[in-house]
Design a protein around this ligand. Sequence first.
Ligand code: ZN
Length: 252
Amino acid sequence: MDLSDEDFLLKYSNLAQGEGVSSHPLRLSVDQEATKNWSASLLLRVVIDRQVNQDDLVEQLLRAWRMTSQVVFSQKGYNLFLVDFYSVQDANLVFNGGPWTYRTAPIAVARVSGPQDINADHITHVELWVQMHSNFIESISQPDALNLASQIGTPVSLPSITFSAGAKYYRTRISVPIRGQIRDKHPVSHPTVGNFLVFFVYERIKKACVFCKNLGHEYSFCQDWARFSRLMVQSKCKQITGDQVSPFNLGP
Ligand SMILES: [Zn+2]
């Protein structure tokens, strides 16, 4: 029996939409790669120790970026995305408009000059707004504040005194290594005030661990911290056991 036109269309509509079949990633041909304008592309790395939901990420970012032209996301690795913008101007707006975050996780953004740059190793730093707080903030000069900022990364703006919610602090944008340099405080020694602490606050970021000093998770979720505390407990147990089995004082 012949299908009606309507049924016939229905039969093949899924095929046209590609439903039920996961999209097959295509590579650009050598010619296309040679002529592609890489200035209109950016590489994004979401710095978080769990796989992000791409649809949610795209939705959040498009809302934050307020793009009116087409933006195409392609996943290139673990939390790593190549973003192709409609124009170089759009890419520049996003590159210069950060730092961006995704649900309290920082997003590192890098320019790419070709396929060789599309890997996680291409992004080792992320720019963050950092506040520096202290009871003695008035005693810290701008050059000293810059020097303090360089303890956690490479400052990309001069620290400036900021007033907010009754607090006075230095604020600066810093390119921070994703691994190994996060800290929440730094001791300083002042010729007249003496020794005191300067505290670092990472704006809109929760995924920063001051124990292992990596970005991507909070202190309370740190696997190194969990292992360290487990070993400490074990070593204390050994110490107690050791005391119990050494009742004799040897010697003359
Ligand atoms: Zn950690």
